[in-house]
Design a protein around this ligand. Structure first.
Ligand code: PEP
Ligand code: MN
Length: 340
């Protein structure tokens, strides 16, 4: 249930609605909007009777929420969520470009790549310090040393950084260093990690599980919002299918559906979807045309020597092309499409 308050509702009237909700044993979540406050009713096991609220002073409407997810849904918040990260605003209709290596390999390498992607027009730098690898015998990331390098990259280039958190034990450390906390495809339904992310003070990028339905993905995001962190970015990164010509299949049909269902910004990672370099630019163009809020792309100065995901990493000159093409498509969309 969403209680919509009148534009003229006073703070006292809002408080008394909150008290009525709490008296029934439910949780009240006030949601400030551009023009009026709405109050979400959470933790109700069965349906809520709108009549209990419609007569209260300051209440304009009581709307049943039909979706299993509430806080992430447009039913509860119709305006798009925007997220500020340093000088960057995500989700405001502009296109945000994130680029960098799969993993932080050394300070020199990270700085070299960061300077190149910054020069090409990237807004944020990516790089894993803790890597979820299929084999325990492959490079696992530099850990805390990698986080220190990320902080240096931010200092040197001015780019905010994003890196993946893999477990509860390292969460505090990752949160302290990074500007955006990434939760990877393999952890999308790690519920204790999602709960911890709900208490984080930094924005979280939640990648789609490689075999997750949209409902499962949005419910995972709901955990984070329910914990109190409303700064969540979704990222489509491809799902497992039968095809063998790419690592995963980029599910661009998820974009219009998520856009309709949720107010959260949505990004696309064409690199992990493709697994092969030559597919990354075409998939990026398609993602921008499908109205993605941003792209996250792997770039390496010597991909043949990369310690992980070299085959899908773009050379810096290719990332430059990608930026030019992505921006051109985004500019066209601003002119010809009425974005919701
Ligand atoms: C990554 O972005 O570094 C990564 C491991 O991605 P995913 O979780 O989508 O596989
Ligand atoms: Mn990777």
């Amino acid at each position: 249930m969403l209680i919509v308050m009148e534009q003229s509702a006073t703070a006292q009237q809002i408080q008394s609605v909150v008290r009525v909700i709490e008296a029934s044993g439910w949780v009240a979540r006030p949601i400030p909007g551009g023009e009026r406050v709405s109050i979400g009713v959470l933790n109700n096991k069965g349906p809520v009777d709108p009549a209990a609220f419609l007569g209260l002073p300051g209440v304009k409407d009581a709307i049943p929420v039909t979706r299993p997810y509430k806080l992430v849904s447009r039913e509860l918040k119709s305006e798009n969520t925007t997220i500020r990260v340093g000088p960057v605003t995500i989700g405001d209709g502009s296109l945000t470009l994130i680029a960098g290596p799969c993993a932080i390999e050394s300070e020199e390498r990270a700085l070299e790549i960061a300077r190149q992607v910054a020069d090409a027009g990237a807004h944020l730098f990516r790089g894993g310090a803790y890597k979820p690898r299929t084999s325990p015998y492959t490079f696992q990331g530099l850990g805390e040393k990698g986080l220190e390098i990320l902080a240096k990259v931010r200092l040197e280039t001015g780019l905010p950084v994003i890196t993946e958190v893999m477990d509860d034990e390292t969460f505090d450390l990752v949160e302290a260093y990074t500007d955006i906390i990434q939760i990877g495809t393999r952890n999308m339904q790690n519920f204790s990690l999602l709960r911890r992310a709900g208490r984080a003070t930094k924005p979280v990028m939640l990648k789609r599980g490689m075999s997750a339905t949209l409902d499962e993905w949005l419910m995972a995001a709901e955990y984070i919002l329910q914990g109190g962190n409303t700064q969540v970015i979704l990222c489509e990164r491809g799902v497992r299918t039968f095809v063998q010509h790419s690592r995963n299949t980029l599910d661009l049909s998820a974009l219009p559906v998520v856009r309709k269902e949720s107010h959260l910004p949505i990004f696309v990672d064409p690199s992990h979807a493709a697994g092969r370099r030559h597919q990354v630019i075409p998939l990026s163009r398609a993602a921008v045309a499908a109205n993605a809020d941003g792209l996250m792309v792997e770039v390496h100065t010597e991909p043949e020597k990369a310690l992980s995901d070299g085959a899908q990493s773009l050379y810096p000159h290719q990332f430059r092309q990608l930026c030019r093409q992505a921006r051109a498509i985004s500019d066209v969309l601003k002119v010809v499409v009425d974005t919701p």
